[in-house]
Design a protein around this ligand. Structure first.
Ligand code: KG4
Ligand code: ZN
Length: 335
């Protein structure tokens, strides 16, 4: 079955073509980072308009790259939520219009299920069951995964998501959006031990997270350095490193707890923050000690992309699941 995957939940237009036997045939992404750069965050209306401009050309591009015609497509998966409602509507409208014209099934899928299953696109995919750490700009969740659609929420952030914390820390350090990769790059020049940030909620039982205190701690540290006239490039790098180390440690401690609690040996990390090298290294060290292993997607499939939506949709379309005639757009949608 040849599936077209469409992702438009936020600021990336992602399209992919997946054959459920041959695997991924082609994928393309247009990032709107430049569109929103002057605003310090994603402007929803600009995002929707840009998806309108880019989506059909990207669909044609992946078809051309794979040597296929529109009429070869046998099913369409699009992100139905969670996300920005206008942005979601663009993907849903195009998916349904194409599906109607081609008389093929169309299915709206959950964006976080897409992230969760993205590591399945790699050569050595994890077997079920596993524990998944979903860390994106909007979510920080620990989920037990027993199969497609068999998800048990083990814990989640009670306030900010890990990616959001990275983005806010970046702003305080004078870095542009999206901040995660920029904080990580700056942290590479940081000196260990100059600052120590707290590891929130690790001193009590449970698998929930909280990152808003870390944000305040970062702000206070930045302000103190400014007041002391010390806020130079080196100190910024030291703060970036201390911040990143605190997030990574916190996530690692909770992941270890989740593996111990469930008895699972496999840990999957997904979502934008799973591209973070320090996080990958920390989790690999921790799981190795437990005799387990970590699975993640290639960096381009950690952040938003069409391939993960094609994959998640394929699992369900194959079983006969499909939308009715209505476009499904669910801005807030628990998994
Ligand atoms: O999954 P994603 O592309 O979009 C959402 O669904 O939210 O995640 C984006 C988030 C942003 O907050 C970005 O700063 C963060 O992932 N991110 C990173 C890295 N790459 C992206 N955070 C830390 N280190 C990275 N290397
Ligand atoms: Zn995402």
């Amino acid at each position: 079955m040849l599936i077209l995957g469409i992702e438009t939940s936020c600021d990336e237009t992602g399209v992919a073509l997946l054959d459920d036997e041959q695997g991924l045939l082609a994928h393309a992404l247009f990032s709107q980072v430049e569109v929103h750069a002057d605003y310090g965050g994603v402007v929803p209306e600009l995002a929707s308009r840009d998806h309108v401009r880019k989506l059909l050309p990207l669909c044609d591009q992946v078809l051309a790259d794979a040597g296929k015609a529109r009429t070869d497509i046998e099913g369409i998966a699009y992100t139905a939520g969670p996300g920005l409602v206008g942005a979601l509507m663009v993907g849903g409208s195009v998916a349904h219009a194409l599906g109607y014209a081609l008389d093929i099934p169309v299915l709206g899928v959950h964006h976080m299920e897409g992230h969760l299953l993205a590591p399945m696109l790699e050569d050595n995919p994890p077997a079920f069951p596993f524990v998944a750490l979903l860390v994106s700009g909007g979510h920080t969740q620990l989920v037990r995964v027993d199969g497609i659609g068999e998800y048990e929420m083990l814990g989640e952030s009670v306030d900010d998501a890990a990616g959001e914390a990275f983005d806010k820390a970046a702003k305080m350090l004078g870095l542009d959006y999206p901040g995660g990769p920029r904080v990580a790059a700056l942290a590479e020049k940081g000196r260990e031990g100059r600052y120590r940030f707290p590891r929130p909620m690790t001193d009590r039982p449970g698998l929930d997270f909280s990152f808003s205190g870390l944000k305040t701690f970062t702000l206070n540290t930045v302000n103190a350095a400014k007041d002391a006239g010390e806020f130079d490039e080196q100190v910024k790098a030291d703060i970036a490193l201390a911040f990143e180390a605190a997030v990574v440690d916190t996530l690692t401690i909770k992941c270890r707890r989740a593996l111990e609690q469930t008895g699972c040996k496999r840990l999957v990390i997904a979502g934008g923050v799973s591209a973070n090298k320090r996080l990958r290294a920390g989790l690999e060290k921790m799981t190795a000690k437990l005799g387990g292993s970590v699975f993640y997607a290639r960096p381009e499939f950690c952040t938003d992309n069409g391939a993960m939506i094609a994959y998640a949709g394929a699992q369900r379309l194959r079983k006969g699941q499909k939308d009715g005639e209505r476009i499904v757009s669910v801005p807030r949608w628990p998994m």
